[in-house]
Ligand binder design. Structure first.
Ligand SMILES: C[S@@+](CC[C@H](N)C(=O)[O-])C[C@H]1O[C@@H](n2cnc3c(N)ncnc32)[C@H](O)[C@@H]1O
Length: 247
C-alpha cells in the first residue's frame, strides 16, 4: 500500500470526530520540552556531522525545539518552523533563556518553506507520520538544506500501538501503519537514498491516560477505563534516523 493510503487509514471517521470533546490531533506543548542536556542520539550525531561550526539549522515541526537545541553548541542560528503557535512560543522562550540566536516561522510545511528560507542543516523529528502527501514535504526539506537533512521518526506510526483501543472503544479496525521502510520508499522515488539507522529511544514516550483518552475521542469520564486498558499495552520505542546530503 502507498504512503498516502496508509496515512489516510489512520484518519478518524467523521461520526467519531463529531462527538470528540477535544481536538484529538492537537499536540501538547508540555510533552515536547527539550532536555537541558541533549541526548546523544544517532540523529544528533548525523546532524553534527553535516553542520559546520557556527552553521544554521532549520527545525521543521520544531515543537519545543528538542532536535535543534541538541545542536546548539555548534549552530550559530536556529530557525523553528511549526504549524502550532504555542510550540513556537515555547521554542522562542527556550532559545531566549539559552541565549541562542533564533527566529520562528508559523505555518504548515511545505507551504511555510518560502518563509522559512534555507539553512545548512534541516532537521525534522517526529513529523513524517503526521503527513499524508509526503513527496512535496520531503522535496521541500531537501530544497531548504545547503548541506543535508536529518529526519527522525518512530519505526511505525506512533499511534499504531493504540489500534487495539480503537477496536475496543469504537469497533474501528485500521489498516497496517506506515513504517520507516514506507518513508524510505518515497524518498527513493524522488531520487534520495538516505542513510538509515534504527535505534531504541531511552526515554519512554508519554503514556498519559488523559491524553490517550482525548486521542481516542472519548469523554473525560473514560480515563479510568483507558488507564486500565493501557496497563496491558506497550508503547514501542524503536526510532529511526534518516539522513541525506543535499544535492
Ligand atoms: C510530535 S511533535 C515533534 C516535535 C519536535 N520535532 C520533537 O521531536 O520534539 C510534531 C510537531 O510537528 C508539528 N507539525 C506537524 N505537521 C506539521 C506540518 N505539516 N508543518 C509544520 N509543523 C507540523 C506539530 O505542530 C508538532 O509541534
Amino acid at each position: 500500500m502507498r504512503w498516502a493510503e496508509l496515512q489516510e487509514g489512520r484518519g478518524i471517521p467523521p461520526e467519531i470526530l463529531a462527538r470528540a470533546p477535544a481536538d484529538p490531533w492537537h499536540h501538547e506543548v508540555t510533552f515536547f520540552t527539550p532536555p537541558a542536556e541533549p541526548l546523544d542520539t544517532p540523529s544528533r550525531r548525523a546532524a553534527q556531522a553535516l553542520l559546520p561550526d557556527g552553521g544554521t539549522v532549520l527545525d521543521v515541526g520544531c515543537g519545543g525545539g528538542a532536535a535543534s537545541f541538541a545542536l546548539a553548541g555548534r549552530a550559530g542560528h536556529l530557525t523553528g518552523a511549526d504549524q502550532q503557535q504555542d510550540m513556537l512560543d515555547a521554542f522562542a522562550a527556550e532559545a531566549r533563556a539559552r541565549g541562542i540566536p533564533h527566529r520562528t516561522v508559523h505555518g504548515r510545511w511545505p507551504g511555510a518553506a518560502p518563509a522559512a528560507g534555507t539553512a545548512d542543516v534541516v532537521v525534522c523529528h517526529h513529523v513524517l507520520h503526521n503527513v499524508v502527501d509526503l513527496v512535496p514535504f520531503l522535496e521541500a526539506l531537501t530544497a531548504a538544506a545547503h548541506r543535508g537533512v536529518v529526519v527522525e521518526m518512530m519505526a511505525q506510526h506512533p499511534m499504531a500501538w493504540l489500534d487495539p483501543l480503537w477496536v475496543r472503544f469504537h469497533d474501528l479496525r485500521r489498516p497496517r501503519p506506515a513504517t520507516v521502510d514506507d518513508a524510505v520508499e518515497v524518498l527513493r522515488e524522488i531520487g534520495v537514498d538516505p542513510v538509515v539507522q534504527r535505534w531504541e529511544r531511552e526515554v519512554p514516550p508519554r503514556q498519559d491516560p488523559a491524553w490517550v483518552t482525548r486521542r481516542l475521542c472519548l469523554p473525560e469520564g473514560a480515563v479510568p477505563e483507558v488507564a486500565d486498558a493501557l496497563e496491558r499495552l506497550d508503547r514501542p520505542r524503536t526510532a529511526a534516523t534518516l539522513s541525506w546530503t543535499a544535492a
